[in-house]
Write a protein that binds this ligand. Structure first.
Ligand code: UTP
Length: 326
């Protein structure tokens, strides 16, 4: 079986961080978002990974090769023509009778993958959502998927497609993707994986849906910070001893940091080589080798090597005065 991980996107919604760092290498709860996914794959014994890379792809390839002993194949998606197109590019590395596990590179899951990849049918990860209009959804009948609908106007189903797909018949997957491209079948201008999956269903592929317990989006600053909170709440605190500083759990702090006279937490990730002095930080992600001096920070993303310096205020404030620095 091959795991196909598309990571060619620009990560536009996470600018300015993605000007220099691919989205999937941004830190969340102690490691890059891609590492959360790769660790899950490793845990279920998957060793063959195909990365579909584009913008800043070399950084992703180097990260995976330096940190994992997977067999890694790489394809470049030069034009962002959609997820369906990205997956199609992986066809040269997958045998038609081999299974494919497709996992989006920017979504972290909490799911028992073992039963899925050992199951009898192709299977698509889903999660109940109250308002399905922003999502692709699956329609089921008698335990099998009948069809997939992108962003339904009417709530035909609440089972949203979360971005993890186990497809037993890679030959059929790639021939359906090829058909989309040959016939130029696009939805919202892009070749969609969902359209190819519907073609697979029409060709008789039997698919089930499997529930995904945790589904953590990292695509926007707000969702990245929410995912940081959720994962830290799940994994608890990790921190070295700090110099004259306090921690409010949960936090994740790399061993190599220099933190003094500060209060860190809750929900803070502090990556390697960071310096923090006289600061209070909550609900934030501070990336590699950044410095934060004399700051009060919340809901903040501070990029690699960034320097943030605040100041103490000197006040001479009379009785019953009101000063709001909000
Ligand atoms: P997204 O559209 O959510 O990610 O695609 P993006 O393009 O990186 O982010 P924005 O919209 O610019 O902020 C979901 C996943 O599919 C991959 C992306 O890299 C991401 O991991 N993808 C999407 C591709 O590899 N190629 C595509 O053509 C489209």
């Amino acid at each position: 079986m091959k795991a196909i991980i598309p990571v060619a996107g620009m990560g536009t919604r996470l600018k300015p961080h993605t000007h220099t760092l691919p989205k999937v290498l941004i830190q969340v709860a102690g490691k890059p978002m891609l590492a959360h996914i790769l660790d899950e794959l490793k845990a279920v014994g998957i060793h063959d990974v195909i990365l579909v890379v584009g913008y800043l792809g070399e950084k992703i390839i180097n990260y995976v090769k330096n940190n994992y002993d997977f067999h890694v194949d790489v394809v470049f998606q030069e034009e962002l023509l959609g997820l369906g197109h990205a997956i199609y590019l992986a066809h040269e590395f997958v045998q038609p009778d081999e299974a494919s596990l497709i996992v989006l590179g920017d979504t972290i899951f909490d799911v028992a993958l073992g039963p899925v990849i050992n199951g009898n049918y192709s299977s698509i990860g889903v999660k109940y959502v109250e308002d399905p209009r922003r999502f692709g959804v699956v329609l089921e009948n008698n335990g099998f998927i009948e069809s997939l609908v992108e962003k339904p106007e009417k709530p035909v189903s609440h089972q949203a497609i979360v971005g993890i797909y186990y497809l037993k018949n890679s030959g059929l997957l790639f021939s359906c993707l090829k058909e989309l491209m040959e016939k130029n079948i696009r939805t919202k201008g892009e070749y969609q994986l969902t359209d190819a999956l519907n073609l697979m269903l029409q060709n008789g592929e039997q698919m089930t849906a499997f529930p995904v317990e945790g589904w953590y989006d990292c695509g926007k600053p707000e969702t990245l910070l929410q995912t940081n909170r959720d994962l830290l709440a799940r994994t608890g605190t990790k921190s070295p001893a700090l110099d004259n500083s306090s921690i409010i759990p949960p936090v994740w702090i790399h061993n190599s940091v220099q933190i003094k006279d500060s209060v860190i937490g809750p929900y803070v990730t502090i990556a390697k080589g960071v310096t923090i002095d006289h600061s209070i930080i909550q609900n934030s992600i501070i990336s590699d080798h950044a410095s934060v001096i004399r700051m009060l920070l919340t809901e903040s993303l501070v990029g690699d090597h960034a320097v943030v310096k605040g100041t103490f205020h000197r006040l001479n404030l009379g009785d019953s005065s009101e000063l709001d620095l909000d």
